[in-house]
Design a binder for this molecule. Structure first.
Ligand code: FRU
Length: 464
C-alpha cells in the first residue's frame, strides 16, 4: 500500500473509527492504532526532544494484513500526537509490507533500518527455506517525519545458511564500528542472531552469529542488543520453545540472554534466557536510550498466532495496543522494569477509586506470607508457597493463569486500564502484562490472606 492508496482509502478509516468509538474495550492511557491493527513498536528514538514511536500498522483491517509504519510522537510521555504513516510499502523490495525495524541516531540524522517483506505466491516455494525475500532496507531522515530514499543494503543471498526468515534489524556502535543485529532462523531450524558490521552505516558485511549451545526454538524475532549499567543483554523473542512447568507458557517467548560479547574478537558467552514479562500479552519489545540517558522499553501488548481473539473489538474495527513505556535498570544481573517516572503526572488523588475506569494501585507489604487479591470481581492475583499467579479465568477469553516463582512478595504496583493490566512486582523485578476483559469495571479492591501492609495507595489515572 503506497501513500496514494492509503489516502484514497481514508474514508474506510472514518467508518472504522466510528465503530471504534462505540467499543467498550478502548484503552485510555495506552497507545492503540488510530484504526485497524497494530503490532510491534518500531524505530523508537528521541530526536531533538521528540520521542518517536512508530509501529507495525494495518490501518484498514483489524486482523492482519499489509504492514506500514504508523507514527506517534510525544515530548512528555503523557500527551501524544498522531501522524500519517512514516513508511509505506511502495518499492519492489518491500512490496508485501514494511516489516519491523529500528532507528539509529548519528550526526544529527536518524538512520532507519527495516525489513522489506516480499512473498512469492507460487506454491512451489517452501515457506521456510524459500518463498520470500527479507530485504534489509535503510532510509535517512533529518526530522523523523520525512526521509531521503529507500536503499536495500542486504538481501537473502547475504545471509549465510539461513532460511528466508531473517529480519528486524537493530544497530549498535562499538569503538567507531557499527553493528547490525538481525533475528534469524537457520537452515537446520535453529533460532539465532546474525551480526553485520559497517564503518559508514550503509555498506555492511557479515560479521558473526550468536546462538545458544542447546537449540532454543527455531526463530529469534526482534533482537535488541542493549547495554544497561555496563552489562550487555540480548533481548529477543524465540519461537518454538516448549513450555516447562510455569515457564515459557505463551505461544512465543519474550525475554533476554545476559551476554558478554567481544565484537572485535567475534567471541561471546551467553547466559541463561530470562523471561522479561510473565503475562499473557507481551511480544516484540524494543528499547532505546533517550536524551536523558534512560533505557526505555515499549512492547507489543499482544502476541502473533495467539490462541484467542477478542471478536467484539475486531468487529469494532481495531485490535491490539502498546505497553506502558518502562525504564530499564539492572539489579543483581537481572533487568528490572519500572513505569516511566512521567506517569506519576497522570495520577489523581481520589478518596474512593471504585468508580474509575483507569487506576493505579500500590501495595507495599511489611510482610506477606499468602494473599489473594481480587480486582473488578474477575482478576485474581495470588501469592502462595513462593509462587505469584495472575488468574484471568473470568476475563481472559478462555485463558487461565500465568505464574512466576518469587521468594518474597514485597510490593505490587498495578496499572489497570479499561481492558489491560500491568503488574510491576517488587519494584520491577517481575512484570505481568495482559489484556483483560472484565464485565464489571468497578474497582472494589478485595485483599485477603496473611500479610501486613506498610502502605496502600490508589489513584485514578487520567486519560491521555
Ligand atoms: C514480530 C514480527 C516481526 C516482523 C513483524 C511483521 O511480531 O513477526 O518479526 O518483522 O512482526 O509485522
Amino acid at each position: 500500500m503506497d501513500k496514494k492508496e492509503y489516502i484514497n482509502r481514508l474514508n474506510e478509516q472514518k467508518k472504522l473509527q466510528e465503530m471504534m468509538s462505540r467499543d467498550r474495550y478502548l484503552l485510555n492511557f495506552h497507545l492503540i492504532p488510530p484504526s485497524g491493527w497494530l503490532n510491534d513498536p518500531n524505530g523508537l528514538c528521541q530526536f531533538k526532544g521528540i520521542n518517536h514511536i512508530y509501529y507495525q500498522y494495518t490501518p484498514f483491517d483489524a486482523t492482519w494484513g499489509m504492514k506500514l509504519w504508523g507514527h506517534y510522537t510525544t515530548e512528555d510521555w503523557i500527551t501524544y500526537k498522531e501522524y500519517e504513516p512514516f513508511l509505506f510499502s511502495d518499492v519492489k523490495d518491500d512490496r508485501d509490507g514494511v516489516y519491523s525495524g529500528s532507528a539509529f541516531i548519528k550526526d544529527d540524522e536518524i538512520y532507519f533500518y527495516y525489513t522489506g517483506n516480499v512473498k512469492y505466491t507460487d506454491k512451489k516455494y517452501d515457506y521456510i527455506s524459500a518463498g520470500r525475500e527479507q530485504n534489509t532496507i535503510m532510509v535517512r531522515s533529518k526530522d523523523g517525519f520525512t526521509y531521503d530514499e529507500k536503499r536495500t543494503i542486504l538481501k537473502n543471498s547475504d545471509y549465510p545458511n539461513m532460511s528466508c526468515h531473517v529480519r528486524d534489524p537493530q544497530i549498535i556502535e562499538r569503538d567507531g564500528v557499527f553493528y547490525m543485529v538481525l533475528g534469524a532462523r537457520d537452515l537446520e531450524d535453529r533460532g539465532c542472531v546474525l551480526i553485520y558490521s559497517s564503518k559508514d552505516l550503509e555498506n555492511w558485511s557479515y560479521h558473526m552469529r550468536i546462538d545458544s549451545q542447546e537449540k532454543f526454538g527455531y526463530m529469534w524475532e526482534c533482537p535488541n542488543l542493549i547495554e544497561i549499567s555496563g552489562k550487555m543483554f540480548l533481548i529477543c523473542c524465540p519461537q518454538g520453545v516448549e513450555q516447562v512447568g510455569i515457564d515459557y507458557a505463551n505461544i512465543y517467548q519474550c525475554g533476554y540472554f545476559p551476554i558478554d560479547i567481544d565484537f572485535e574478537g567475534k567471541e561471546y558467552a551467553l547466559g541463561k534466557f530470562v523471561e522479561l514479562d510473565r503475562g499473557f500479552d507481551i511480544y516484540a519489545p524494543q528499547t532505546f536510550t533517550d536524551e536523558k540517558g534512560r533505557k526505555i522499553l515499549i512492547g507489543w501488548m499482544g502476541l502473533p498466532d495467539a490462541s484467542y481473539t477478542n471478536e467484539e473489538t475486531v468487529k469494532n474495527g481495531w485490535q491490539h495496543a502498546l505497553t506502558l513505556p518502562r525504564e530499564l535498570k539492572v539489579k543483581d544481573g537481572k533487568i528490572i522494569q519500572l513505569p516511566l517516572e512521567e506517569f506519576k503526572k497522570l495520577r489523581v488523588e481520589q478518596e474512593n477509586i471504585s468508580t474509575f475506569e483507569n487506576i493505579e494501585l500500590i501495595f507495599d507489604f511489611e510482610s506477606c506470607k499468602e494473599i489473594e487479591l481480587l480486582l473488578r470481581e474477575s482478576i485474581k492475583i495470588i501469592y502462595r508457597a513462593g509462587i505469584l499467579t495472575l488468574n484471568l479465568e473470568k476475563c481472559g477469553l478462555g485463558r487461565d493463569e500465568r505464574s512466576v516463582r518469587l521468594e518474597k512478595l514485597e510490593s505490587l504496583n498495578i496499572f489497570l486500564d479499561n481492558s489491560s493490566i500491568e503488574i510491576f512486582v517488587n519494584s520491577g523485578e517481575e512484570v505481568f502484562t495482559s489484556r483483560c476483559y472484565c464485565e464489571i469495571l468497578e474497582n472494589r479492591v478485595n485483599l485477603s490472606g496473611e500479610y501486613k501492609l506498610k502502605e496502600f495507595k490508589g489513584y485514578e489515572i487520567k486519560k491521555f
